[in-house]
Design a protein around this ligand. Structure first.
Ligand code: HEM
Length: 462
């Protein structure tokens, strides 16, 4: 999404320390206890602010121009340092975690896998999976929407990634194991004591079992695919066919180990993010009867009671704007980092090699001078005339630069379809008193409304 050039003054020179650092822990407690409120408070101290995470100094970029500078200069600000070293141990060296050099080759090879033309072909399968995943819903039933959207998105990704395998079985394994794996990765990233991971506590055992389940499932699927040897036109077949230098022209393909790491990356990067967006969309619709009625009317009119087709998706304007606003309000990737690979200058401030730079789409999306009344959920702020006034890089839910989300088109396509398919048949009412924890959510790796209890109301007879 291209927005106008920045409406803010150019970033102020230098940096300021954020007050309130405590001995030993620095700002870690604020970040842990009320992370979103802490992030929203930072721009008042400057465009580049210094925080302390334990003994380490880190800088948070609060101005869109600085976000651009950091994210588009991967040579100076790479995915590195202790956080990514740890992530690579846990996830492997897939597209999301690799350093700049292997990443360039990987990205070149994987980009065609996510081509829009390819994603268009997945639309009927995505539709069928959402229908299947919601087939058991009944009028009046109370469901945990966060759990169900996780299952829906898992089914969708599994179906489009592994057509050859029994994707029902794969989806069931992944739905069970992925949340435990994801949670364990989050905890291990934050823990300074690696030896604790080997203590056989129930939590560690659950994590180890989930990790083993996921890895052996992915190994088995790759082996089956190789044995059958057919092109199934799914994400896995495309990964296997891609060559360095393009799908046709090049020579070297990927090893099974590389493919394995990318598949795990797609699961870890693609399921919790999209599932969170879909769940928040249903949450916000449940808060605003007027918006919900407008959305129902749009979906009914555009699809005329049938299955939404690829050619109709661009006409689902309010549906798309609602999802865009969800990703402004609660961008799933709310806190991301880079590391300075050499001494450098940022906003005139000397940044020593090895310094962690933090950027937060959430922070940028909640600056009132970039998004007026940022705490108001308002899909109409994305109407063309209002969008035009918006500053460049004021909306960065997918990041920018060479590490920008490769799943953007895939993600918005599956989400638009999934939301349309759900609201065509269902209204979801909040269960009074059950979701009070969501007025100030506490994010983990993603900002996720969990649990989210809502009552299903059938809109049309099945
Ligand atoms: C729809 C919601 C999604 C959001 C908001 C989102 C957000 C992001 C963000 C912010 C990044 C950049 C991280 C950084 O710069 O440090 C990223 C990277 C990535 N995302 Fe997504 N994502 C979404 C869906 C998906 C899906 C559906 C997939 C795959 C099926 C996916 C796969 C990836 C991968 C592989 C990367 C790493 C790209 C690279 O480093 O080259 N994402 N995502």
């Amino acid at each position: 999404m291209t927005l106008q050039s920045s409406a803010l003054p150019t970033p102020a020179s230098g940096s300021r320390q954020v007050p309130g650092a405590m001995p030993l822990v620095g700002h870690a407690l604020q970040l842990q206890r009320r992370p979103l409120a802490f992030l929203r408070s930072l721009p008042q101290y400057g465009d580049l602010v210094e925080i302390r995470l334990g003994p380490r100094r880190a800088y948070v970029v609060c101005h869109p121009d600085l976000v651009r500078q950091v994210l588009t200069d991967a040579k100076t600000f790479d995915k590195g340092g202790p956080i990514y070293d740890k992530l690579r141990q846990l996830l492997g060296n897939g597209l999301g975690t690799s350093a700049r050099e292997p990443h360039r080759r990987q990205r070149r090879m994987i980009q065609p896998v996510f081509h829009a033309e390819q994603i268009r072909q997945y639309v009927p399968a995505v539709h069928d999976e959402v229908v299947a995943a919601t087939a058991g819903w009944s009028d009046g039933q109370v469901i945990d929407v966060a759990k169900h959207t996780y299952e829906i998105i898992t089914r969708v990704l599994t179906r489009t990634m592994f057509t050859a395998t029994s994707h029902d079985e794969a989806a069931a394994v992944i739905s069970d194991a992925l949340p435990l794996f994801h949670e364990g990765v989050g905890q291990r990233m934050n823990s300074p004591f690696a030896f604790l991971e080997r203590v056989p506590t129930p939590g560690n055992r659950r994590y180890d079992a989930a990790k083993a389940q996921l890895h052996s499932l992915v190994d088995r699927i790759i082996t089956d695919h190789r044995r059958i040897g057919t092109d199934h036109n799914d994400l896995l077949s495309l990964l296997m066919a891609t060559r360095d230098g393009g799908t046709d022209g090049g020579t070297a393909g990927m090893t099974d180990e590389e493919i394995h790491e990318h598949v795990i990356t797609f699961l870890v990067a693609g399921v919790p993010t999209s599932a969170a967006v879909l769940a928040w969309a249903l949450y916000f619709l449940g808060q605003d009867a007027g918006l919900e009625a407008r959305l129902h009317s749009e979906v009914d009119t555009v699809t005329d009671g049938g299955s939404p087709a690829w050619s109709q998706l661009h006409r689902l304007d309010l549906t798309t704007r609602t999802l865009t606003e969800v990703m402004r309000f609660y961008p799933p990737g709310w806190l991301l980092t880079r590391v300075a690979m050499q001494d450098t200058l940022l906003a005139g401030q000397h940044i020593p090699e090895g310094t962690v730079i933090v950027f937060s789409p959430y922070l940028i999306h909640h600056r009132p001078d970039l998004h007026p009344a940022p705490e108001r959920f308002d899909p109409d702020r994305w109407l063309p005339e209002r969008r035009q006034a918006m500053a460049r890089d004021a909306y960065v839910p997918y990041g920018i630069g060479s590490r920008k989300c490769i799943g953007e088109v895939y993600g918005i396509t599956e989400l638009t379809l999934a939301l349309a398919v759900i609201v065509r048949r269902w209204r979801l009412e909040p269960v009074p008193g059950a979701n009070t924890h969501l007025t100030d959510p506490k994010p983990t790796a993603v900002i996720r409304p969990a649990p989210l209890m809502m009552r299903l109301r059938a809109r049309k007879p099945s």
